[in-house]
Design a protein around this ligand. Structure first.
Ligand SMILES: CC(C)(COP(=O)(O)OP(=O)(O)OC[C@H]1O[C@@H](n2cnc3c(N)ncnc32)[C@H](O)[C@@H]1OP(=O)(O)O)[C@@H](O)C(=O)NCCC(=O)NCCS
Length: 170
């Protein structure tokens, strides 16, 4: 089996990022608040600016998992204003052919290490409540449910749950 490697996406990777992000939205429409139709309409400048450290992504860790030159996994760590103590996790996705091999766990570990290095005190994410694989991943990684359920997007019958994990640097 080919090795899967995780690396940080840089500004020159925007087309690769666009490809895998749109693939994730097409594959798993109920896992994300954003939709394939919405993001497929973005201009190239949107994809470029997301990976531009000089723009809004400077407190971000955009990660891609690759094997044999193919992008097979994606996840972002992002620290928002106004609370620099919380690192949020977004866009977690592993292609169906590569699931169950520890790729998501590796992506999560990288974001956790990065968040600790940025002196964050907590990781936070939002997960669709009927997504057994993702809920299983986050529970097994030490996240717990926090706060009320909300609709995945306006008008959706699906609900999302915030989950958080306290960070310790020891
Ligand atoms: C959720 C997802 C990211 C997991 O990725 P993955 O690479 O297959 O996960 P890993 O192999 O790293 O699994 C790590 C742990 O997660 C849990 N897990 C993974 N898949 C699971 C499943 N189908 N059911 C229950 N628990 C599961 C297990 O505890 C697993 O540890 P184990 O293998 O030692 O039992 C993947 O299924 C996916 O991309 N789903 C579609 C998109 C999505 O739901 N994204 C999350 C948005 S919040």
């Amino acid at each position: 089996m080919s090795k899967i490697e995780v690396r940080v996406l840089g500004p020159h990777d925007w087309q690769r990022y666009k490809y895998i992000r749109l693939a994730s939205l097409l594959d798993s429409p109920d896992s994300f608040g954003s939709t394939y139709t919405g993001e497929a309409a973005y201009p190239d400048s949107e994809w470029q600016s997301r990976l531009d450290p000089a723009a809004r992504a400077k407190n971000a860790l955009p990660l891609v998992a690759e094997t044999d030159g193919d992008a097979v996994g994606l996840a972002w760590g992002l620290i928002h204003d106004p609370d620099p103590r919380i690192a949020h996790i977004y866009q977690m996705w592993v292609s169906p052919a590569h699931q169950g091999k520890g790729v998501a766990r590796t992506l999560l570990d990288e974001i956790r290490t990065w968040a600790i290095s940025r002196r964050c005190e907590r990781l936070a994410l939002s997960v669709t409540t009927n997504n057994d694989a993702a809920v299983g991943l986050y529970l097994a990684s030490g996240f717990t449910a926090s706060g009320p359920l909300e609709a995945l997007r306006p008008g959706s019958a699906l609900t999302v749950q915030t989950m958080t994990m306290e960070l310790r640097s020891d």
